[in-house]
Design a protein around this ligand. Structure first.
Ligand SMILES: NC(=O)C1=CN([C@@H]2O[C@H](COP(=O)(O)OP(=O)(O)OC[C@H]3O[C@@H](n4cnc5c(N)ncnc54)[C@H](OP(=O)(O)O)[C@@H]3O)[C@@H](O)[C@H]2O)C=CC1
Ligand SMILES: O=C([O-])CC(=O)C(=O)O
Length: 252
């Protein structure tokens, strides 16, 4: 049985904990002590408010489902402690120097950094961008203003530019832009819109290159506990965890 240390006892953490089968969350950590205590009690995991003690607990893998700040602060020490990590707050990897350091540490220590597909589809074959010519890559994300903690009476563009800049400005809403950039091997173009008539978290991907062209549209239901996060993102990381010990690897 794979043992998991969960960093972040929020919306995604709860979906993962409720779906445990071939893995067991044995240790949990969060910035909110009362939350981590209650979570530990509910899911029979040891609660920690001190990160060093959390990391020292024997676990096979740490799952970060907290924030870009948490991933930035802790991913390196997780790898240095000899553990694999799953990073949900992929925006942390927009810092190229930091990303390179993490990858180098993982390579030296023979550890893995897993990035779930999250709130999008198609990440598998978008990786062909690493070996093949790409002529156009645009991610257009549209959310209800409430999901962005804003108000608007009409469709409004919030951002147009590169993924790295977008995820820095909207770290709770555009991690997918960074996942796509890593998969495709370039800082992709991003548009972020808020639309009061859209009740879903919509991600449209326009992809053209040597292979031909693709258009992917995902209209996600928001998570019940956090409208900024699509429910698909929680399902995605849960699926990744369930397949960690599966010898059959599917997809690019
Ligand atoms: N890759 C992808 O496709 C997607 C990624 N995400 C990202 O996944 C992450 C988790 O999402 P979700 O579960 O919905 O978020 P929630 O806000 O519901 O839960 C996150 C939990 O982690 C806590 N937390 C935040 N910062 C830290 C820290 N530095 N150390 C310890 N605990 C911390 C939060 O506390 P507090 O409430 O006090 O902040 C909260 O309890 C987010 O970063 C989100 O942006 C979301 C959707 C898609
Ligand atoms: O959940 C989503 O739809 C996307 C999201 O918030 C992110 O990429 O951070």
């Amino acid at each position: 049985m794979i043992t998991v240390g969960l960093l972040g006892c929020g919306n995604i953490g709860r979906v993962i904990a409720a779906g445990q089968e071939n893995f067991k969350i044995t240790a949990v950590y969060d910035v909110v002590p009362a939350r981590v205590e209650a979570f530990g009690k509910e899911f029979d995991a040891k609660p920690f408010s001190d990160f060093t003690a959390f990391l020292a607990e024997p676990t096979d893998i740490i799952v970060e489902a907290a924030s870009v700040l948490a991933a930035t602060e802790h991913a390196q020490e997780v790898l240095e402690a000899g553990k694999d990590i799953v990073i949900m707050s992929v925006g942390a990897l927009a810092d190229i120097e930091y990303r390179s350091r993490l990858i180098e540490t993982a390579r030296q220590l023979k550890r893995k950094i897993h990035i779930p597909s999250g709130a999008i589809m198609g990440l598998d074959n978008i990786s062909i961008g690493q070996i093949s010519r790409i002529d156009k890559f645009v991610l257009r994300t549209t959310k209800n203003p409430a999901s962005l903690a804003r108000e608007a009476t009409e469709r409004t563009q919030l951002f147009s530019g590169k993924a790295h800049d977008c995820v820095r400005q909207y770290p709770k809403n555009t991690n997918v832009a960074e996942s796509l950039s890593i998969a495709c091997g370039r800082d992709v173009d991003v548009e972020l819109w808020m639309d009061p008539d859209e009740d879903r978290n919509m991600h449209e991907i326009f992809f053209e290159g040597e292979f031909g062209e693709a258009y992917i549209r995902v209209r996600n239901l928001p998570s019940p506990d956090n409208p900024a996060t699509s429910y698909l993102a929680a399902l995605s990381i849960l699926t990744l965890l369930k397949n960690l010990d599966n010898p059959l690897v599917i997809g690019a």
